[in-house]
Every structure is written in C-alpha cells, then in structure tokens.
Write a protein that binds this ligand. Structure first.
Ligand code: OVV
Length: 402
C-alpha cells in the first residue's frame, strides 16, 4: 500500500514488524519506538492500527461498545474472514451474549472455590519444587513451568488424565491464531485435527468429572442459563486460555528470579511476597502481549481519526513498560505496587481465571522461596516464538536447597 495516498496517513506508520523473531527476541526497544511515534500507529503491512501507550491500551480494552470483540480479538476480522474455529462465546463476543457466558464462568472462580482448591494446589506445588530441588539442574520450562498448570487446573476442571499432552499444542494454535498468518501459525497448526479432536471430545459433560469446575458449567445448563453446546464451548475456553498462559507466566517469573539475584534474595527473606512477585512478573514480562479489537463506529484516539470496522491491536506488554505510567518501568521489583498492569487485560474481558492463576503462582513461588537457597541460569535460555504469547522454549536453571 502507498502510504502517501492512504487516507489513514494521519496515523504514523509503524516502523517494525512485531510478529517476527527479531522483534520478539527483544520487543522493548520496538515498544518504546511505538509509544514515542504517536497515540495510534498504522501498519500498512497488516492493515491494522496499533496502540502501545498505557492509557490508550486501557481505553481500547475498556470501551467495549466502541472497540468490539465480536469480530475476533486477533488480526482476522470475522466480518470479512471465516474464523479458523467456531468463535469463543465469551472472548469473541460482546454483551449481551458475553454477559451471560461470563457470569457462568465467574461463578467457577469465586473466593469460595479458590479456597477449596488451595490445599490441593499447595500440595502439588511442594511436590513440584521438591522434584526440581532433587534434580539440582533442570529445564525451567519442560521440568517446571509446563508441569504444574497442566496438572492442577485440568484436575480442578475434572478433565481425564489421558491426552493432556494436547493442551499446550492447542494453546499454541489458539494464541498464534490471533496474529497474522506466518511461520508461527503454520507450525502451530501441525496436527491441528487430532489436537482439536481431543479438545472437543473432552469438553462434553460425559468426559468431565462430577464435582469439578466443568460440572459447575454444566449445572448452568440444568438451570436454563446455557444450552448444552454452549457449556461445551465454555469448557473449551478454559482449555484454550487456562493452561498455556500460566505455563508461560511460570517460565517468565523463574527467568526473572534467576536473573535478578537481589529480587530473589528479597523473596527468600519474605516468601509472603510470592503473590506480588507473580503479579510484578505479569507486568514486567507478561505472557499475553496483545489482543485486537474492531471499531464499531468512527472514533478518535489522541486526535487521530479511525473509521468503523477497523482492527486495532492493543499491545498490553508495551503498556506494562510505559514510563508515563510506571516509575522505573524497566526494573523488576517484587515489592512494587503493581495494580493497573495489563497482564490480565482489563475491562469486561479482563482475565476471568485470574484468581486461579494467582493461586497457582503464589503456591509454586512461595514453595520455591521457602525451599530453595540459590537459583541461577545454567545455560542460554531459548525463546518460544508465538504471535501473541511471550515465553521460553528452554530455560536451563541450577538450584540448591535451603
Ligand atoms: C482469553 C482467552 C484466550 C484464548 C481463548 C479464549 C480466551 C477462549 O475463550 O477460547
């Protein structure tokens, strides 16, 4: 596209391609350049707008009437392109549908439910931490980060053990699909049919245990709030959003601690900081980089006009490092007052599973803080490339017991 005749030219053109390995290896200079260039940028390459400043990201994610989710929250505009799977009835939906489905999901995440899960989650955290302490040297991703969320959350849902190896490949498909079609989506779609087949088969009432969170969703069918098919779709949302994200968050926090000895020392001295350390890692090195919205009408952001039915990418991880919002934005500080980070998103679509994510993070990293003395990198970390998730493929770590 020729920028000189582009009617959208008032928005500065984005100078980098955020969906490449080079960008993902160190996205922060790219995010800083986006924030400096203007409140809204235009990507001729992808045909979408981008917001990267904290206040604009917050606004786009909050004003759901103007910035709709119903045409998809990735780059693809469902009013022009057929989605790769039936759209999520909570993520890729606006009120009133979203209100009805979200209400049912939120009921499975109440303080009472979290309290009932805590003991089991803490027990599994001890097992995980003891195992890596016995190993001494281990891979922070395959031996640690990928173990726990794949165990405790599916257990809580009532999902059968067999076939859980499909969960992370499915997460990779879902999250890569929010970005453009590129080498990452291509790779993620290998085995798509068998992975998707297992997921759908295990979202049914009959696949799920009688007293888990899955059964709670099906109870909403019996009370007339959902159809049987809708309940299956909401279980699919749990399996889409609830596993890969937490695994990546664990890997990222482990990396933060291994590379910030002063913060590790603070956490060891006060294991009760684990909850805030997890929260700060979601700001400093959050797994979820971006979601898109679609404009429902002509709108202005920072004086720049955007027409209806345009895609806008809200870079949450850039908002999390915006120096206009955060003091020492690029410092990892586990005692920071971290409310307002965009790691869980915000607004009506803000992460519904955050109470359980926090329970997992607190349980594992408090156990690590109590039981480990030292933690350090034992080799070069390798990045996992995904269009919208930030994480490592491999993280060699060495630990000693306290
Ligand atoms: C937040 C999120 C991410 C991915 C998938 C879904 C939700 C879903 O509802 O399927």
């Amino acid at each position: 596209m020729n920028a000189a005749v582009d009617t959208r030219a008032p928005a500065p053109i984005v100078q980098s391609d955020p969906f490449t390995r080079e960008f993902m290896d160190d996205p922060y200079p790219g995010f800083a350049a986006m924030r400096a260039a203007g409140p809204v940028l235009w990507s001729p390459q992808y045909g979408c707008y981008i917001v990267a400043r904290h206040d604009d990201v917050q606004r786009v994610l909050s004003e759901w009437q103007t910035f709709s989710s119903a045409a998809g929250v990735g780059l693809a505009n469902f009013s022009k392109e057929k989605p790769w799977r039936p759209p999520s009835i909570v993520l890729e939906a606006d009120p009133p549908l979203h209100t009805r489905t979200r209400t049912v999901l939120a009921r499975t995440m109440t303080p009472g439910v979290v309290k009932a899960l805590r003991e089991r989650f803490e027990r599994e955290a001890e097992i995980l931490v003891d195992r890596v302490l016995d190993m001494g040297a281990f891979d922070g991703i395959t031996d640690f980060a990928e173990h726990y969320p794949v165990k405790v959350f599916p257990d809580a849902l009532g999902l059968p053990e067999k076939g859980r190896e499909n969960l992370l490949p499915y997460g990779s498909m879902v999250f890569n699909s929010f970005g453009p079609r590129n080498e990452f989506t291509e790779a993620a779609m290998a085995n798509a049919d068998s992975v998707r087949g297992w997921i759908m088969a295990n979202c049914t009432r009959k696949a799920l245990g009688k007293d888990g969170l899955g059964a709670m969703i099906y109870a909403a069918v019996d009370s007339g709030e959902l159809t049987e098919d809708e309940a299956g779709m909401l279980v699919r949302s749990f399996l889409s959003a609830g596993v890969d994200t937490t695994c990546n968050a664990f890997g990222n926090l482990l990396w933060c601690l291994a590379t910030h000895p002063d913060q590790w020392r603070k956490l060891r001295e006060k294991p009760e900081l684990a909850r805030n350390a997890f929260e700060e890692s979601l700001r400093y090195e959050g797994p979820a980089q971006a979601f898109f919205r679609t404009t429902t009408k002509d709108v202005e952001i920072g004086g720049i006009r955007i027409a209806a039915n345009e895609k806008i990418c809200a870079f949450m991880q850039s908002a999390n490092r915006d120096p206009q919002r955060w003091e020492r934005a690029d410092a990892f500080d586990i005692e920071r007052r971290v409310v307002g980070h965009m790691g869980f998103g915000t607004g009506i679509h803000g992460c519904v599973g955050q109470p359980i994510a926090r329970l997992e993070g607190e349980a594992v990293f408090a156990a690590l803080a109590r039981k480990a003395k030292t933690i350090e990198l034992a080799g070069e970390p390798k990045r996992q490339y995904n269009n919208v998730l930030r994480s490592f493929a491999s993280l060699p770590v060495r630990v000693t017991r306290a």
